[in-house]
Design a protein around this ligand. Structure first.
Ligand code: ADP
Ligand code: ZN
Length: 728
């Protein structure tokens, strides 16, 4: 017997199967989808079993495979096929797809580490009567008799809570024994006290339509912020479990969504497994084990949780479906929504895409009837949508209000005096976004990426937000050595110090990448703010998503137009979603909410739509632009980046790619470029971009595969292909 193995060596050159002899002791044990160790050249590496075959006519002697990495870690047929789908769709090496599905952090018995987590208990080794008799006889009160008495009452106790010498003596007398049991690191129980809302009419309607579907329909659940989508998800999943099926819920980022996860623990307790990158290896292992053992009915996780090997899936729900995080931006460049569609097809299960601000693609599909469109138009609880004002900062600057407008300051004071809370959004971290010299014009730039460095006052250094380059800030201009350095542009650190100046009695907490790098930091900030330890929460887009703070009645948004100026076809859509979602944090309980949007473009149509809570007008406006400019959802995109340390190599190769595509795709498709990519120089690599826009192109895929294959042997330049990129 032989096994065809796909080697874990993610270059395209060896993206094919190698045949190995199955040793006698593994015959009948080895299965397709298992991870195994094989000799390769003079190394031993991992691979996946793709096929098992009886006969193989080799002209040379085949090697034997060595062992199975872990019998419990196995990709079933559905996931094996899913890997092939991802390979076809994203043009990644097949092995990369499988590695993403079974990440090496799940490697279990490697290096002889046993990830199983045990607790040791003490129990009586004799009947209760015998122990009672012993105690009567013993007739002393000491630690030994105390422990025996406890055990008579409690049956078992944790070993680590008692003294080793006492345990030793009692064990020697054969009165007690130790029992070692495996436990899961994450252990939650159903909360019987939890308040289950009675669904309102709109929620009930959504629930009825989706739960009555016994096909693999796709639903777009478009519900305004606070409309109670989570409550609908909980009921749908409950219903699914009652039918003996399982469910996956994807969320954009777990640390920001712990509030939602807790709701699920309250309802479903230990039937829930969570899956995301911030888990420790031990936690990941446990959660995976629960799933493989079939102990779990619901998996909640970020992007890669879409690959969890749940059986009998009855529904997949993707919350905040417009979120960027569902698309992976390195190989394999898959979109979890596409993968979810495939899985729902295999299980004949419905897919629910939920959002207050769905992507234009999703909404267009819903309007065309490809997805079923379900609307939640009202806030579920007592809350109403907030009142939104737009403030013209051009006028404010004349009054020398550079960061906060008079209006926003007054409103903050008002809210603070009522002991309500404020959220301030500025989507830029650091202190100032540029430092330049007024004497010679010098600007601090990243030597690797050629973009301006951001100044961080707390650490007194300048950082590149792309590659992580860090340099010290000098007292004087490093170029002309004069005293001319100016701090330009606004970051969250500067806003924090301004808030501290303006509102001396307020307690302020900042939440951005810099304050949340430690494990559990997000959760702590959110918990503390919810418990009113702070009056003002200031942060980047992190604070705009899904948070539900009943006491927040004011949201202030600074530099609202900054993201409109990013040269990307999605910048309007992103801005609308960010501002709309951020506004949605205000007034979620019976307290009326207000939003103040500060901008230099008060007449901007996108901002007006946010102000009027008018997704429809925004949608129509933006669809028209997309149509004229041939962007999604009217056209599909492929982005190709040619990357090289050498400028000329990058440009020449990119020109060849573009020429080749122009000759080898359908006439109706558009090939643009090469142009410099939006991040032209990154980590000392030059990057040129070619974009293909197409509606239907039966030649494109062949052309892309050809280009991909010829770059395998190009040592001077790389080609990165992104099919249906989120950004170009
Ligand atoms: P969304 O995810 O749509 O923004 P949430 O699910 O966070 O909204 O719900 C917003 C608030 O409304 C929550 O505090 C939730 O407890 C409450 N809520 C949801 N459904 C109901 C209901 N049927 N009746 C009363 N309150 C509800
Ligand atoms: Zn850099």
């Amino acid at each position: 017997m032989y096994a065809e193995i796909l080697i874990e060596y993610p270059t395209k050159k060896i993206d094919k199967y190698f045949t190995y002899v199955i040793p006698q002791n593994l015959k009948g044990i080895i299965n397709v989808g298992m991870k195994v160790k094989v000799p390769f050249g003079n190394k031993i590496i991992n691979g996946f079993v793709m096929n098992i075959i009886d006969i193989y006519n080799a002209s040379y002697e085949l090697k034997e495979l060595i062992e199975i990495v872990d019998k419990e870690l196995i990709l079933n047929k559905e996931l094996m096929d899913l890997g092939k789908y991802i390979h076809e769709k994203t043009l990644c090496p097949l092995i990369s797809a499988y590695q993403t599905m079974l990440p090496s952090s799940l490697k279990i018995k490697d290096n002889n580490i046993d990830f199983n987590f045990y607790k040791t208990y003490l129990e009586l080794n004799k009947s209760k009567d015998e122990i009672k008799a012993y105690l009567n006889n013993y007739n002393k009160v000491n630690k030994q008799s105390a422990l025996l008495s406890i055990l008579l009452e409690k049956e078992r106790v944790l070993k680590k809570e008692y003294s080793a010498s006492v345990i030793k003596s009692l064990k020697e007398k054969e009165l007690i024994k130790e029992v070692k049991e495996q436990e899961y690191r994450i252990n939650k129980n159903i909360n019987k006290e939890t308040k289950k809302h009675k669904l309102n009419a709109e929620q009930q309607n959504a629930f009825d339509i989706i739960s009555n579907c016994n096909d693999n329909n796709i639903f777009l659940l478009e519900g305004v912020t606070g409309s109670g989508k989570t409550e609908v998800y909980l009921n749908l999943i409950d219903n699914c479990i009652m039918q003996g099926k399982t469910a996956i819920l994807l969320v954009p980022e777990i640390s920001l969504t712990m509030q939602i996860v807790d709701r699920f623990y309250d309802w479903f307790g230990s039937s829930v497994a969570i899956f995301h990158s911030a888990l420790s290896n031990g936690e990941k292992y446990d959660e995976y084990l629960k799933i493989i053992r079939g102990e779990v009915k619901v998996v909640i996780g970020t992007r890669s949780a879409i690959f969890t090997p749940l059986k009998n899936i009855g529904i997949i729900i993707i919350d905040e479906e417009h979120s960027d995080t569902y698309k992976q931006d390195n190989t394999p460049r898959y979109n979890a929504i596409d993968v979810a569609k495939e899985r729902c097809k295999s299980h004949n299960a419905p897919l629910v895409l939920g959002s207050a601000t769905p992507t234009l693609e999703s909404r267009a599909r819903a309007i065309k009837g490809v997805y079923q469109h379900i609307l939640l138009t009202k806030r579920a609880g007592t809350g109403t949508l907030p009142n939104v004002e737009i403030v013209d900062m051009v006028e404010e600057i004349k009054k020398r209000n550079f960061i906060f407008s008079e209006n926003l300051i007054n409103r903050i004071n008002d809210v603070l005096s009522k002991d309500e809370q404020v959220i301030i959004l500025l989507n830029r971290r650091g202190y100032s976004t540029t430092i330049n010299c007024s004497n010679c014009g010098f600007t601090y730039k990243c030597p690797n990426c050629d973009i301006t460095l951001t100044y961080h006052k707390s650490t007194n250094n300048l950082r590149c937000h792309y590659c992580g380059y860090v340099t010290r800030k000098e007292e004087k201009c490093p170029n002309c050595h004069e005293d001319g350095l100016n701090y330009l542009g606004l970051g969250t650190e500067k806003v924090e110090s301004e808030l501290n100046n303006l509102f001396k009695d307020a307690k302020i907490i900042r939440m951005d990448q810099d304050t949340t790098s430690k494990k559990g930091a997000h959760e702590r900030i959110i918990e503390d703010f919810r418990n009113k330890k702070y009056n003002i929460l200031l942060g980047t887009q992190m604070i705009s998503k899904g948070l539900d703070f009943p006491n927040v009645t004011l949201v202030g948004i600074l530099n609202a137009d900054s993201s409109l100026n990013i040269p990307d076809f999605r910048s309007n859509e992103k801005t609308f979603a960010l501002l709309y979602q951020a506004s949605g944090r205000a007034g979620r309980s019976n307290l009326k909410g207000n939003v103040v949007i500060q901008t230099y473009n008060p007449d901007n149509f996108v901002l007006k739509c946010v102000q009027n809570n008018d997704f429809n007008s925004f949608y129509n406006y933006e669809m028209n632009i997309r149509k004229i400019l041939k962007y999604p959802p009217y056209y599909y995109l492929v982005s190709l980046k040619v990357i090289s340390k050498d400028y000329n190599e990058a440009l020449e190769n990119a020109t060849k790619v573009s020429d080749y595509l122009k000759k080898n795709v359908n006439d109706s498709s558009v090939v643009l470029g090469p142009t410099t990519a939006s991040l032209f120089k990154f980590n000392n690599n030059y990057r040129f971009q070619i974009v293909v826009k197409y509606r239907f192109d039966n030649k494109l895929s062949i052309a892309l595969k050809y280009l991909d294959s010829i770059f395998v042997n190009n040592l001077k330049a790389n080609l990165e292909i992104d099919v249906e990129p989120l950004h170009i």
